[in-house]
Design a protein around this ligand. Structure first.
Ligand SMILES: Cc1cc2nc3c(=O)[nH]c(=O)nc-3n(C[C@H](O)[C@H](O)[C@H](O)COP(=O)(O)O)c2cc1C
Length: 144
C-alpha cells in the first residue's frame, strides 16, 4: 500500500503530524510517495499513491464555527477517483464538525474516505500513531 500525505499548516503542528503519520505508516510496512503542503502538491506522488491522507487545522471561534482551514482549496487538488483517502485535523480545544466537513471536500474529489481522526496539538505524537494504526486496520486486507 502506498500513501501520500498532503497537509496545510500555519504554525507547524499539522506539518509535524504529517511527518509523524508518514513515519508511522512506513513502520507499518506501507510506502510513502510524498509528504507535501496541499497548495504545492507533488503530482507524481499523488498519482503513485493508492491512498491520500489530507490534513489541516481547525479554524473557528474555538467552541463554535469550527471548520477545516482552507477547505475550499481542496477543490484545486487533482481528481482522486479510484483512490482511498483519510483525513485528519489538529486542534486546540474542540474540533467540532471539522473532520466531517473535510471528508465532504475530499469525497467530492472522487476519493473513498476510509477514516479520519482529530489530533490534539499537545498530543501529536500519540494521536498520529493512533491515526496510522487505525488507518492500516481500516484498509481492506487485500489492498494492504
Ligand atoms: C485563527 C485560529 C483559529 C483557531 N480556531 C480553533 C477552533 O475553533 N477550535 C480549536 O480547537 N482550535 C482552534 N485553533 C487552534 C489550531 O487549530 C491548532 O493550534 C492547530 O494545531 C494549528 O495547526 P498548525 O500549527 O498546523 O497551523 C485556532 C487557531 C487559530 C490560529
Amino acid at each position: 500500500m502506498k500513501a501520500v500525505v498532503l497537509f496545510k499548516s500555519f504554525t507547524g503542528n499539522t506539518r509535524k503530524a504529517a511527518e509523524y503519520i508518514a513515519t508511522d505508516l512506513q513502520q507499518e510496512g506501507w510506502g510513502v510517495t510524498g509528504v507535501c503542503p496541499w497548495n504545492r502538491p507533488e503530482m507524481a506522488a499523488i498519482q503513485e499513491a493508492d491512498l491520500v491522507v489530507v490534513g489541516t487545522w481547525v479554524d473557528g471561534l474555538f467552541v463554535v464555527g469550527q471548520k477545516p482551514f482552507a477547505v475550499n482549496a481542496i477543490q484545486h487538488l487533482p481528481a482522486l477517483q479510484g483512490k482511498l483517502a483519510a483525513t485528519y485535523c489538529t486542534y486546540a480545544i474542540n474540533p467540532g464538525r471539522t473532520l466531517a466537513k473535510l471528508d465532504t471536500a475530499v469525497t467530492a474529489l472522487g476519493a473513498n474516505v476510509v477514516g479520519g481522526l482529530a489530533l490534539h496539538r499537545h498530543k501529536l505524537r500519540a494521536h498520529s500513531e493512533e491515526f496510522a494504526a487505525r488507518l492500516v486496520d481500516n484498509v481492506p486486507s487485500p489492498l494492504r
